[in-house]
Design a protein around this ligand. Sequence first.
Ligand code: IPE
Ligand code: IPE
Ligand code: MG
Length: 238
Amino acid sequence: MFFKKKINDTPRNIPGHIAIIMDGNGRWAKNKGLPRKFGHIEGAKKFKEIARYCNKIGVKYLTVYAFSTENWKRPQEEIDGIMNLLRDYLKDSTNFKGENIKLRFIGDKSALDEDIISLMEKSEAESNDATGMTACLALNYGGRDEIKNAVKQIIDDGIKSENITEELISSYLYTHDFPDPDLIIRPSGEFRLSNFLTYQSAYSEFYFDNVLWPDFSTKDLDRAIDEYNHRNRRFGGV
Ligand code: IPE
Ligand code: IPE
Ligand code: MG
């Protein structure tokens, strides 16, 4: 009798930066005969669960897409519901308390309500000393909007064309102090980026899953990481 060595004895390579498009909240609620807002409530809870798990397994950066520059097209009632959920989340001082998670936001803050902007700044400041994972929420974020704003700022700063490099452009993006995402996960069965991390995703690995975001589990995340471990990233080399 002999024992076969288990394949998963080999240590996993945990992606340094995971980005997730938290999609499928509305369909999740609809499938249960509930108003869409219940999907957003469950989706927000799921964010906390997945963020905790990512921090536990050693992910350094987690960026989640929470509201896009295109999501303003939705009915006002749904937008108000999402913004109120965000308010509640930011006011909840128990979030990640003592968990050493640094909170950050990317996107165009100027379109958000004043009180939300202050709450965002307060949460960023309060978690400033955390040395664990950085959890970054993309709010009123659009990849094209981000590039447009970067171009405007570069021009306003009087930068000469010969000084424009890829690194310089990166340094003008909201994500200037984050590495590019290694793995981008989209649940809900859609195969598109929907304007997420347009510039930063040039060499990201993609993982698509049919599960709707409120049903996405730590096991689903593990599956995505396992799949990532089988990818051969060449970055244009051999
Ligand atoms: C993602 O879920 C949350 C936001 C875009 C704010 P959706 O609300 O897009 O859910 P579906 O795609 O309609 O199911
Ligand atoms: C992308 O989802 C934005 C977020 C998850 C916040 P959408 O539901 O807005 O994307 P589309 O409209 O299906 O492309
Ligand atoms: Mg959607």
